[in-house]
Design a protein. Structure first.
Length: 313
């Protein structure tokens, strides 16, 4: 072997390799940890400790499960068990750790199994990357897709989804569910006479007034334009009628928009179902048909859907 070859061999001997690993571990910008096969942190680098709000020595010896967000522990343990059982050589998941402050921290976690020269599992190495900024952007995009930008209420998509979930819950208690369709009376007149800015303000006031009438478990949605929908679980016909009467009374009270006092009102259609296999779209259609009946009767009132009601034209 040439002298240069022997020199390179000495450079990458066991001691030098260990020093190289130690340096890379300690100064890595990404969180890194060595774990035993049961998931306890043997060694944690400063980047990971800072991410979680601890000193490295405060994390040493603790199980990763202790600092994993409770809802994410099961998935993490399942992946870890598959890794140590030899079913996987590595895995990557997105999960939440718990910061020292108690706040959840979204991370991308990559874990690999390290074996000795004989192929026996020795320990695990984990890399932990902070993805809070990306998750915040994703949450914002999701909110935009599911919320009305003017009022902040759930939009049509989210309302239908919540109705589907509510129907699925009916399979257990088999209790009634009520859907309301509300169309504001005289809104176009206000919008045309006072302008779109005043119209937007009025819609915000309507949203606030509707939300204040219902239980926290109920859903108020801006369906579009001057139409709103309500979802009330555990609500039969008599109770639904009382809710609708309160809504009609609330919408008939004057709204104050700057120097103007506006009289509005609303026509309300109601459909009640006890069928967990009902279709959310059909329920909305039937509530809309009942609303149209209320509007034809003069508005500022409510009507319960009955079979044979004509389609809205």
């Amino acid at each position: 072997m040439s002298s240069s070859g022997r020199h390179r061999a000495r450079m990458f001997g066991p001691r030098q390799a260990e020093e190289h690993f130690r340096s890379a571990f300690e100064y890595a910008a990404i969180g890194t940890a060595l774990l035993d096969l049961e998931g306890r942190w043997i060694r944690v680098n400063p980047s990971l400790a800072r991410l979680l709000g601890y000193r490295p020595d405060e994390l040493t010896g603790r199980s990763f499960a202790e600092l994993t967000y409770p809802d994410d522990v099961e998935d993490s343990l399942e992946a870890l068990n598959a890794l140590t059982a030899g079913e996987l050589s590595a895995y990557q998941i997105e999960q939440r750790y718990l910061h020292a402050s108690g706040e959840p921290v979204w991370v991308s976690l990559s874990v690999s199994l390290v074996r000795d020269a004989e192929g026996n599992p020795v320990h695990l190495i984990a890399q932990v990357q902070d993805i809070r900024d990306r998750k915040a952007v994703e949450d914002e995009l999701t909110a935009r897709a599911l919320q009305d930008p003017l009022t902040g209420l759930p939009n049509r998509i989210l309302f239908l989804d919540r109705t589907q979930v509510a129907l699925a819950r009916m399979r257990r208690p088999h209790s009634p569910l009520a859907v309301f369709f509300i169309d504001l009376d005289r809104f176009k007149l206000v919008n045309d006479s006072l302008g779109h800015a005043a119209g937007d303000r009025l819609l915000e006031e309507v949203a606030a007034r509707l939300t204040s009438l219902l239980r926290p478990s109920d859903t108020v949605s801006r369906f579009g334009g001057d139409e709103f929908t309500l979802l009330c679980e555990g609500t039969a016909e008599k109770t639904a009628s009382r809710v609708a009467a309160r809504v009609a009374e609330a919408l008939s009270r004057p709204f104050v928009l700057g120097e103007h006092e506006v009289l509005l009102g609303g026509s309300i259609g109601i459909v009640v179902t006890r069928d967990p296999d009902d279709d959310p779209e059909r329920l909305l259609r039937d509530a809309d048909i009942a609303m149209y009946r209320a509007k034809r009767q003069g508005g500022s009132r409510y009507a319960l859907f009955e079979g044979g009601m004509p389609f809205r034209r």
